[in-house]
Design a protein around this ligand. Structure first.
Ligand code: SF4
Ligand code: SF4
Ligand code: SF4
Ligand code: FES
Length: 903
């Protein structure tokens, strides 16, 4: 510690602490404008000047580190005069409209003018100034009024340091210097991704949320969690009454530490959109009009239909689907209803169509169905491998962390058919981009492992100490076979052997190497094999079990991890325990006072196939749009049409609701009370800012339905549901709402042995004991390009929209993405006479859709790419019935197609 004196007080702080921070630690607030805790010190405003004994002049306290023995005076007549002069200059070129300014009461310039005691401005306002500068209102969410800018550069630094987009700069010099977006464009035209970090950093009303301009300053706060992606950012909802005025990322949020993306910060308006259905509705047939009814009537209608189906067709004839958008507590009660009130295990989750191979693969190899690290760990990675993921679009706040580490010098390997933004972005260039053909992941991962095994790069100590040596010996023999050599796989994968060898060497020898992967790994016929292959690779190189390493699935939806943890799979009770295990079943049977079916139930695709076959006739669907998000839409629709009772619990009348008989209005995240579990296993609280607009919490509606079906189910609160989860699920045993309120968030396992949760898994040993190697034979998918369908379609997401767009399309995020487009390589486009903006038909053997084309070399020749955010494009009309061999996760990422121009 460094000891010094500030204003006569002795202060001891760690080395590197600035005089400004040290003074604050001693209770002395030095006036400041360009400094803020979230950014590196910059030293431009000169408001924070102090006197230091033995030093000439007045140094800026924000950029001066405290030194041992320093004697600092933060107040003196000279210091006060200089600070007042600085403020006077600022105010001489600032509109004096404080009383009508949107930032009134929340403006650091205003505060500092008061703090330094400015009473007059001697220069007048007649000379040259910036007061007539034009506002930029192009961004739908925030306004930029350069007349109020003090050129402190906080916005520029926030965009560089926090977001990593580098969209802003200060142009020109002296009096002419100003903030510019992009190449002096409007914010909307620039590369700005609307994360809002600059708005949050701005100390004046120059950059300010339009909602604050409209509604005024908020008067109360509620801490909650974003309802979009698996990053799980914490927010402070700032409110006037029950109306949200602003969402501010919470600096104490474990996942995001004060940052956010455009969705979490700005795209919450869907929660109060007029399209929301707030009353329960029923109808006899799907061709009838909906009829608004009371909750009691809707529940009684659904229960009697389900009971009639079971009486006529057996208890297996109905089932339920849980949603990764819902809280752990809401998911838990649905799976409990299916097992205890429906008396079968026909429960599945929408995670089936995204990360079910992750659960399977990581459980088989490491012993637990979850990622190994927290997000912070990436700051210690020397080599970052991104496989089949597009973090800057799909997991933007984590991407910002990752980019920060990459700008510090970590190496990047991208394995993806498409040139995602990370491959080349400001100050970042991937060392290797392995641009593989869709569907050849396993051949690539095997070739990487082959290089490590045959070039003597195996981490023998790790393998001997931590892994099952029998399975390792078998795997080593398998992977060393010549068929896995990069030279042999090159013609299959399209990845040059030399590039692949270099990437393998880098992964094994570059220091700490961490793998992050997404749906480009899982949504394949060999999705589970690929997850096993990734785990094998991490183990053979000893790249798991410590900071900066690991195997990390980037989960799509906010609560994918949680919905899986909560026992949503037909073969697993909460905590991933097999339904056939009589001891585990006994625990639930005695707690729930019901006997449970020991046989696993049906998965979603099996439910749908049985519905088409006539044996499955009723389904409870919690917050999932099966008709839009599941593959081979035509078959999904046929299945839904065939059922006698489809109950949809959702916010909006989605595509699936067209085939429903009962609609139960759901709750938006601003009404939910519960928890979400993010991709790092972090359990975050979701707190309501208002009561449910429909009158009932989702879990209450489910409890009433279970009760009407003959199994009494009720809880006094969501907190009581979590208490039951904790009592029955060992990895959640230390979790309660009270504990989360105390510590903020916690990563499971959270038990008596690990009361503060578990940041990094498998540190001392794998959860299953010894890490298990499994053979990963590459089997090409049956979906191949043919003369009729010569191109391969792969799919993904973009930043501003979210999944099927139900939420984001009801916000101003549609400004950035009004339709799904088809990316096609210039050569393929030229061959077909297609130009950017042309209408094209995209046809597979399953169906055809029309979109507009975008000609780009982001995709290689032979590959086309689209997103699936708009029902008009209905990308899943063309996707096939193929799915992962182990988990039935659909093969969304490979579909043979042809593209032709249409009028
Ligand atoms: S816009 Fe705000 S943060 Fe940026 S330079 Fe101007 S006053 Fe500072
Ligand atoms: S909103 Fe985000 S990306 Fe856009 S300029 Fe501000 S910090 Fe940069
Ligand atoms: S990164 Fe994900 S969790 Fe965070 S604000 Fe964006 S959508 Fe929400
Ligand atoms: S706060 Fe130190 S120079 Fe601006």
């Amino acid at each position: 510690m460094i000891t010094a004196r500030i204003d006569g007080m002795e202060v001891a702080v760690p080395p590197g602490t600035s005089v400004l921070q040290a003074a604050r630690a001693a209770g002395v607030n030095i006036p400041k404008l360009c400094a803020t805790d979230s950014l590196k010190a910059f030293g431009s405003c000169r408001l924070c000047v102090v006197e230091i004994e033995g030093r000439k002049g007045l140094p800026a306290s924000c950029t001066t580190p405290l030194e041992a023995g320093m004697v600092v005076r933060t107040q003196s007549p000279t210091v006060a005069r200089v600070r007042r002069n600085v403020m006077e200059l600022y105010i001489s070129d600032h509109p004096l409209d404080c009383l009508t300014c949107a930032a009134n009461g929340d403006c650091e310039l205003q505060d500092m003018a008061g703090a330094v005691g400015l009473r007059e401005v001697r220069y007048g306002y007649d000379g040259a100034n910036h007061l007539q500068a034009q506002k930029d209102e192009s961004n739908p969410y925030f306004s930029f009024d350069p007349a109020k800018c003090i050129v402190c550069s906080r916005c520029v630094r926030a965009c560089d340091e926090i977001q990593g987009t580098l969209a802003l700069s200060i142009t020109d010099r002296g009096f002419a210097s100003k903030v510019a977006a992009g190449m002096e464009e409007s914010f909307l035209e620039s590369e700005c991704v609307s994360c809002g970090a600059c708005v949050q950093a701005c100390p004046t009303a120059t950059l300010i949320e339009k909602t604050v301009i409209d509604a005024g300053q908020p008067d109360r706060q509620v801490k909650t969690t974003c309802a979009y992606c698996g990053v799980g950012c914490s927010f402070v909802a700032e409110l006037k009454g029950t109306d949200v005025v602003r969402m501010t990322p919470d600096s104490s949020g474990g996942a995001n530490e004060g940052h956010s993306c455009v969705k979490g910060r700005f795209a919450w308006g869907y929660a109060t959109h007029p399209d929301r259905v707030l009353r329960p509705m029923i109808r006899e047939r799907i061709s009838d009009d909906w009829r608004q009814v009371s909750w009691d009537e809707a529940i009684a209608f659904a229960a009697s239909r389900f009971q009639a189906i079971q009486a006529a067709h057996g208890r297996e004839a109905i089932g339920g689907v849980t949603s990764s958008r819902c809280t752990n507590e809401e998911v838990y009660v649905v799976q409990k209803m299916v097992r205890a009130a429906f008396h079968n295990n026909n429960v599945d989750t929408c995670a089936r169509v995204c990360h079910s191979p992750t659960g399977y693969g990581l459980k088989q190899t490491f012993g637990t169905s979850a990622g190994t690290q927290d997000f912070r760990s990436v700051a210690h990675a020397d080599v970052i491998v991104v496989i089949g993921a597009n973090p800057t679009d799909a997991h933007p706040v984590f991407a910002s962390r990752m980019k920060r580490r990459l700008r510090q010098g970590a190496k990047l390997i991208v394995i993806d058919p498409r040139r995602i933004d990370l491959v080349r972005s400001p100050h970042i260039t991937a060392t290797h981009h392995l641009q593989l053909r869709p569907g050849t992941n396993v051949a690539v991962i095997n070739a990487l492992a082959h290089v490590i095994v045959t070039e003597g790069l195996v981490n023998e100590t790790f393998v001997q100490e931590r892994c099952d040596t029998v399975s390792f010996a078998q795997w080593r023999e398998f992977i060393a076979r010549p068929e896995h050599a990069p030279e042999a796989t090159e013609s299959i994968t399209g990845v040059p052997a030399a590039e692949l060898r270099a990437a393998a060497r880098l992964y094994a020898t570059g220091g700490n190497s961490a793998i992050y992967y997404g749906l480009g790994v899982t949504e394949h016929s060999q999705g589970s094999t690929m997850v096993l292959g990734i785990a094998n690779l991490a183990m053979v190189a000893g790249q798991v079990g410590r900071e900066g390493t690991g195997v990390n699935p980037l989960r799509g939806q906010n609560n994918v991890q949680g919905s899986c943890d909560m026992g949503s799979f037909p073969h697993e009770l909460p905590g991933y325990r097999h339904i056939s295990d009589s001891a585990v079943r006994g625990v639930f049977e005695s707690a729930w006072q019901v006997s449970l079916d020991p046989e696993p139930g049906l998965r979603i695709p099996n439910m749908l196939a049985s519905a088409r076959g006539g044996s499955f006739r009723g389904m409870f669907i919690q917050g999932e749009d099966l008709a839009q998000s599941d593959p081979d839409t035509t078959h999904v629709v046929q299945a839904l049409e065939a059922m006698d009772c489809v109950v949809v619990q959702d916010l909006f009348l989605n595509e699936t609701a067209k085939y429903a008989h009962v609609f139960l209005p759901g709750t938006a995240f601003l009404e939910k009370d519960g928890t979400f579990t993010n991709a790092e296993r972090r359990i975050n609280r979701v707190r309501p800012t208002s009561p449910p607009r429909s009158g009932l919490h989702e879990w209450e509606a489910v409890c009433r339905l279970a009760t009407a079906m003959g199994y009494p189910m009720s809880y006094p609160s969501a907190s009581a549901i979590m208490d039951e989860i904790a009592a029955l699920t060992p990895s959640f045993s230390g979790v309660s709402f009270a504990y989360l309120d105390e510590v903020g968030s916690v990563q499971w396992p959270c038990t008596a042995e690990t009361p503060r949760g578990t940041r990094i898994m498998h540190e001392q040993g794998f959860v299953r004991g010894k890490g298990r190697f499994l053979l990963t034979q590459y089997v090409p998918t049956d979906e191949r390009s043919t003369r009729r369908y010569p191109l391969l379609l792969t799919t993904g997401r973009i930043l501003s929209q979210y999944n099927v767009g139900t939420q984001t399309r009801r916000t101003a995020n549609s400004t950035w993405h009004t339709e799904d487009v088809l990316e096609i390589h210039p050569h393929d486009a030229e061959l077909r006479g297609i130009g950017t903006g042309d209408g094209v038909q995209l046809a597979s053997r399953k169906g055809a859709i029309t979109l507009h084309a975008q000609v780009t070399d982001r995709v290689p020749e032979g590959i086309v790419y689209t997103t699936f955010h708009h029902p008009e494009a209905a990308a899943n009309v063309v996707t096939t019935e193929y799915s992962d061999w182990a988990t039935n996760c659909p093969e969304y990422k490979v579909t043979a197609v042809e593209v032709r121009p249409v009028d």
